[in-house]
Design a protein around this ligand. Structure first.
Ligand SMILES: NC(=O)c1ccc[n+]([C@@H]2O[C@H](COP(=O)([O-])OP(=O)(O)OC[C@H]3O[C@@H](n4cnc5c(N)ncnc54)[C@H](O)[C@@H]3O)[C@@H](O)[C@H]2O)c1
Length: 357
């Protein structure tokens, strides 16, 4: 399966299928020069790099392996990637190849955006979240000590290769966190897709590859469609942030320790859906379906009883201040249809209260 993503400088394919890494004929031609630098992390390098080394044996093939974890998306690692590229003589026609989750695809994309004023890169996302979200759309970044993704660039890949086999080794918690972004895609754009997720939840949790390929394809299609309309996030692309203002605030209140991004977004989507009940006419029946699907896919749906509501509200206001969007929220008019709506701050207060246990 292929999705073609157009941008202001051209277009790139997103290949989706089982065993694409073992069978590189479809995508190897996207490497144009004679050099590649593979970038991955310590936990997964042994799973994927030997096979890729084999595919790249006709090229100068170097590798850079990061420590696992969000803290690797930092300036020091970026500098070291550039040091390695320079010392190993990588030229303007080199290709950086990211193999990993969103941490690896984000830092690799940014390294490629700046090296020699921009070189090619190919993304091979191996976590579900990176496959349906981070690897598509051209946003690349590293973190700053004062905040996530504060330093970055828009830089589009030559190709994205999503091999559903790679998900076999993905830890369960990360797999489920990735599902939150798939549910988000359905909620903002596609009622029929939401229904499909409801009907196939058992197969999804069992990682049935046929179903996984279908839902990854549809989620990527929705993301691609939105980013093609608004590459630089001036308006429409903000729809992809459904549940994310609340989600970011939850991550922030818990110091980015207790919740994975997708887990925080799952709770954030329930809060945004609750707000949609009063603000944009989502029905109670639809709200209940949203909670039921998240629950079936074993994602958290409620704020923990220990949450500090005041801190949560402050984190929400801070997120909005950073985005210069005022108090605009992405809300649902119904399942599969989303809009951007300005909200009065006091409406948020009851939402920030912990759920009764
Ligand atoms: N650029 C964007 O548009 C965008 C969008 C969403 C998220 N992001 C970024 O993505 C990052 C989060 O991505 P993530 O959730 O993939 O985190 P991650 O990269 O830390 O990966 C999650 C965990 O899964 C492991 N892993 C990945 N693939 C595996 C596999 N096939 N088998 C076994 N283990 C595997 C990783 O080693 C890691 O421990 C954040 O930094 C976030 O800012 C970027």
């Amino acid at each position: 399966m292929i999705i073609q993503v157009k941008h202001h400088l051209g277009e790139y394919p997103v290949y989706i299928g089982a065993d694409l890494l073992a069978n590189p004929q479809t995508w190897l031609s996207h490497i144009k020069g004679r050099q590649v630098m593979m970038i991955s992390n310590q936990s997964i390098a042994a799973n994927f790099l030997p096979l890729l080394h084999h595919h790249f044996k006709h090229l100068q093939c170097d590798q850079f392996v990061l420590a696992d974890g969000e803290s690797s998306k930092n300036w020091q690692n970026l500098q070291q990637i550039w040091d390695a590229l320079i010392s190993q003589g990588h030229r303007r026609d080199t290709t950086l190849v990211a193999i990993g989750g969103g941490v690896v695809t984000d830092i690799t994309g940014f390294a490629a955006a700046c090296y020699l004023r921009g070189v090619n890169y190919i993304s091979i996302p191996t976590s579900l979240l990176a496959q349906v979200d981070a690897a598509i759309g051209g946003k690349t970044a590293i973190n700053h000590p004062r905040g996530k993704n504060l330093i970055g660039a828009f830089h589009q890949p030559q190709a994205v290769i999503i091999d559903t086999h790679s998900l076999r080794s993905l830890p369960e918690r990360h797999f489920r966190a990735g599902l939150a972004e798939i549910i988000k895609a359905a909620l903002i754009q596609d009622q029929i897709f939401f229904h499909f997720l409801e009907n196939n939840s058992a197969a999804i949790l069992a990682r049935d590859e046929k179903i996984l390929t279908q839902i990854i394809y549809r989620a990527c299609q929705i993301k691609a469609h939105i980013v093609m309309q608004d590459e630089r996030e001036n308006q429409q692309r903000a729809l992809l942030n459904f549940g994310h203002t609340f989600g970011h605030a939850i991550e922030c209140v818990f110091d980015f320790k207790d919740y994975l991004h997708g887990e925080a977004v799952a709770i954030g989507m329930v809060l945004a859906a609750r707000l949609s009940l009063t603000e944009t006419g989502l029905t109670v029946a639809e709200f209940d379906r949203i909670v039921a699907l998240l629950d079936k896919l074993t994602l958290p749906c409620h704020l923990p009883p220990t949450i500090d509501s005041e801190k949560l509200l402050q984190a929400i206001y801070q997120d909005k201040k950073n985005s210069h969007q005022g108090l605009n929220f992405i809300l649902l008019t119904k399942i599969g249809q989303s809009i951007i709506k300005s909200i009065q701050p006091e409406i948020l207060k009851p939402l920030a209260l912990p759920s009764p246990s």
